[in-house]
Design a protein around this ligand. Structure first.
Ligand code: S3P
Length: 427
């Protein structure tokens, strides 16, 4: 698919769909708390629907009237054995967090997914869960899916120093810790997204967070809530960058979630000289606001260290942004990109090079020489939604030739309306 952009660039207002991380967790918290949880603005995309269907298989009653989702929760102890292995599709967040939720179950569950999930390491989650008393195994050294989990009858709390910065691993341990007797302590390598911690509080639980130190006790009873999911900053990121690099553009993106553990891309855009303003912020359980971007002259920057987990999913589109800046942008400390839906360091470097960008992969990031104009070519998403959306935005800059995008259907993983929103802005 190749969209033609008219001479006035991308202009108008959009509202991106609900946050993926919060949508997953809203079903999970609904299932493990007591009473009816009501979810508004849930992301009805493949990944989050995988979580929804997984909990239906685990015996949780979930109703979706197309507007609102209602989850009838009855605590961890009322989850039931699934009749068959659970297919979580493409969703790393589902398989990792559900592993933690099943840590205290008195049955065995098999979890599997598609060809990209089959390559994703699960040892990072299964190792700490085993220390707590879970019996689990996956395939090979990295314990990739399919995985089999049998809950521990009595879970032991642990003190766990995380070897990697991962909100999925932290969240799996937190869900297991809620079922253990006594206090679990997690020491993060870098501070990662804190939606699980926020939602424990929202659902009436207690958790202590001091920067990278997380403490919580087990046997807590959570109470059902109403969850209003804010728009996903990780989806908004594609249009923020599009508005900055497509000539003659101004895009307004409404209701963007602005949790500080997710806003690294805004810091980077501002450091690169991008014209970005945040018009209003409203606050309920989640901070959200309206983000406005305009076509800008950009300068290169360096991205490394503590900011990386705050923009980990945005690095493919940030790499594209850097191709349009003057100077050399260096991305470091991002080796986690190698174990996402695809190896995103290699995929970004390979596919953007095919379109004429000057971009070199390194062991833990990318080096991008900006200022090269892009040309047409045949590129692939590798089945990775974020690579797909990044390449579609790159295609908007191409003046000579066409960009042919293979496996573009992957975009539905997180943003089924992506092409419709892009078309709306280019009218
Ligand atoms: C997520 C955490 C991140 C992120 C993923 C969603 C979450 O993964 O890349 O898209 O919802 O907890 P890691 O924890 O593996 O970094």
């Amino acid at each position: 698919m190749q969209l033609k952009i008219n001479a006035t660039g991308l202009n108008g207002t959009i509202e991106v769909p609900g946050d993926k991380s919060i949508s997953h967790r809203s079903i999970m918290f609904g299932a493990i708390s007591h009473g009816e949880t009501v979810i508004k603005n849930f992301l009805r995309a493949e990944d989050c629907l995988s979580t929804l269907h997984a909990f239906e298989q685990l015996g949780v009653k979930i109703e979706d009237d197309g507007e609102i989702i209602r989850v009838q929760g009855d605590g961890f102890e009322h989850l039931k054995a699934a009749k068959q292995p659970i297919d979580i599709g493409n969703s790393g967040t589902s398989i990792r967090l559900i592993s933690g939720i099943l840590a205290g179950s008195d049955f065995t569950t098999t979890l599997f997914g598609d060809d990209t999930i089959a390559k994703r390491p699960m040892n990072r989650v299964l190792n700490p869960l085993r220390q707590m008393g879970v019996v689990a195994r996956g395939v090979g050294n990295l314990e990739t899916p399919p995985i089999e989990i049998t809950g521990g009858s009595k879970l032991t709390p642990i003190t766990y120093t995380m070897p990697i910065a991962s909100a999925q691993v932290k969240s799996a341990i937190i869900f297991a810790a809620l079922q253990a007797e006594g206090e679990t302590v997690i020491i993060e390598k870098e501070k990662t997204r804190d939606h699980t911690e926020d939602m424990i509080r929202q659902f009436g639980g207690e958790i202590t967070v001091e920067d990278k130190l997380v403490k919580l006790r087990g046997s807590q009873q959570l109470v059902a809530q109403e969850v209003l999911v804010p728009g996903d900053i990780s989806s908004a990121a594609f249009f923020m960058v599009a508005g900055l690099i497509v000539p003659n553009s101004q895009i307004t993106i409404k209701n963007v979630g602005l949790n500080p553990t997710r806003t690294g891309i805004i810091d980077v855009i501002q450091a690169m000289g991008g014209k970005l303003s945040i018009e209003e912020t409203q606050s309920d359980n989640n901070v959200a606001g309206t983000v406005i971007v305009k076509t800008s002259e950009l300068v290169a920057t360096e991205i490394s260290g503590a900011i990386i987990p705050r923009l980990i999913d945005e690095l493919p589109i940030i790499a594209l942004l850097a191709t349009q800046a003057s100077g050399v942008t260096v991305i470091r400390d991002a080796e986690e990109l190698k174990v996402k839906e695809t190896n995103r360091i290699d995929a970004v470097a390979c596919e953007l090079s095919k379109l004429g960008a000057d971009i070199t992969p390194t062991d833990d990031g990318l080096i991008i020489k900006g200022g090269k104009s892009l040309h047409g070519g045949k590129v692939t998403t590798y089945g990775d939604h974020r690579i797909g959306m990044m390449l579609q935005i790159a295609a908007l800059l191409v003046k000579e030739g066409r960009v042919e995008l293979e496996r573009s259907e992957a975009i539905a993983t997180s943003y089924p309306r992506f092409f419709a929103d892009l078309a709306k802005l280019s009218r």
